[in-house]
Design a protein around this ligand. Sequence first.
Ligand code: ATP
Length: 244
Amino acid sequence: MENLLAQTASCPATTPSAAGPPVIALRDIEKVYQTKTIETVALNRVNLTINKGEFVSIMGPSGCGKSTLLSIIGLLDEPTSGVLELDGRAVQSYSDRELAALRNQKIGFVFQSYHLINDLSVLDNVELPLLYRPGVGGKERRERAYAALDKVGLSPRTSHFPSQLSGGQRQRVAIARALAGRPEIILADEPTGNLDSVMGEEILDLLLHLNRQEGTTIVMVTHDEQQALKTQRLIRFFDGSQVS
Ligand SMILES: Nc1ncnc2c1ncn2[C@@H]1O[C@H](COP(=O)(O)OP(=O)(O)OP(=O)(O)O)[C@@H](O)[C@H]1O
């Protein structure tokens, strides 16, 4: 298994064109949160298509709907109206069982605060989501976890606990956890937000390699314009709408 980090120096400066078919399409997506006192339009008729193999950044001020967008694409939340299509098929037409499979198998999440379990070793953290994957036995689970940790350069640290790792290493564990599921799409919500600039660069390089070498489609929310400019497409949001 290739270590993606080890290849940083030979990484081409340009990204290939994203010629793949649409893998994510939002059509007139609206999300309204209603509480007792206030109605918030978090997403206001968003239309957006992301092709297979693209690396897209989402930027915009706090509260403009970025995390809501990722939650809807990742099937963690439902839009109030509009249609989300994955692989050209409206998710409303999937059965609950199919949706659960999509959520578990097609999509990997990476969060700003890593979401690791402190009482579990690095290896066990990476294996954990595979426990719920039908057809993946203990041996395959372990092999996939080792392979994913190797990819992110953490093979020597499989028996460490999260508290024994730096922030950048913790985020690499979180990325390995997503990779072990072999997702076609990675949704990353400010993956470098808790990291200093050096570690942030390292994590972005890892995601760039993953996109270029394995063709993983990546949607990344970020507040860092320099990082966003290194991805293939930068989409800006303001007040629940796409502005560019
Ligand atoms: N569960 C909820 N209930 C009510 N309002 C919500 C809920 N989740 C989000 N909102 C509101 O929806 C809007 C969009 O929130 P969202 O978290 O998507 O923004 P964001 O762009 O990701 O912000 P940030 O950059 O600060 O993380 C905000 O006004 C927020 O207060």
